[in-house]
Design a protein around this ligand. Structure first.
Ligand code: CA
Length: 230
């Protein structure tokens, strides 16, 4: 499965960083643009699968970015989720009919944003966003946050859940501890590499409770991979 790429256009540093961190944890490839002008350049350079676009931006406003993208053949169908401040802007923006695919009013939870992104991608690019992944006898529902093995419900902590979700998105691929740290914990969090081993251990224990085989392969001095037939 290809990893969908998202361009976050937001001039508030703290929010941009938070969104990038959380969307990367959801398994997306994320780039950030800090104003409307940069957004238009990055759309051309990166060709993202979706844009999260703030309405109030320096240089070129979010609404103008939206209009320009909708006015070009190459970006006419590019999914756009618009962020607005609380208050009248949401109504105004809807009234302006900018052609955004969805709107979210600040403050919003990143869980809510992730759900909207999945919904928009599912509608517009059905192949990209799969809520439910099946690999071998494992099933993970990333919306309902449920995991099953052979139909048996498996209860995982949030870190183990993200770890399994990441491995299931790339079955057979070997990830180093550092890559897993970046993908699951985030690149700006300091965690020791052996923490990965601890959580992989917990994940294995939960997955093998009924004496099933170990679906996670340890690759000596390289890392871990999910070893199931997809
Ligand atoms: Ca702003």
């Amino acid at each position: 499965m290809t990893v969908p790429s998202i361009l976050v256009v937001e001039d508030e540093d703290a929010l941009a960083t938070l969104l990038q961190y959380n969307l990367e944890k959801e398994g997306y490839q994320v780039a950030v643009a800090q104003d409307g002008e940069e957004a238009l350049v990055q759309v051309d350079e990166r060709q993202p699968d979706l844009i999260v676009l703030d309405w109030m931006l320096p240089k070129v406003s979010g609404i103008e970015v939206c209009r320009r993208l909708r006015g070009r053949v190459e970006t006419r169908n590019l999914p756009i989720i618009m962020l607005t401040a609380r208050g009248e802007e949401t109504d105004r923006i809807r009234g302006l009919d900018t052609g955004a695919d969805d709107y979210l009013t600040k403050p919003f939870s990143t869980v809510e944003l992730a759900a909207r992104i999945r919904a928009v991608l599912r509608r517009i690019r059905p192949g990209l966003a799969e809520d439910v992944l099946r690999r071998g006898d494992l099933t993970i529902d990333r919306v309902a946050h449920r995991v099953k093995r052979n139909g048996r419900e498996i209860h995982l902590g949030p870190t183990e859940f993200r770890l399994l979700s990441h491995l299931m998105q790339h079955p057979g691929r070997v990830f180093s501890r550092e890559q897993l740290l970046d993908a699951v914990w985030g690149s700006d969090v300091y965690v020791e590499a052996r923490t990965v081993d601890v959580h992989v251990g917990r994940l294995r224990k939960a997955l093998m409770k009924d004496g099933e085989t170990d679906p996670i392969r340890t690759v000596r001095s390289a890392g871990y991979s999910l070893d199931v037939e997809s």
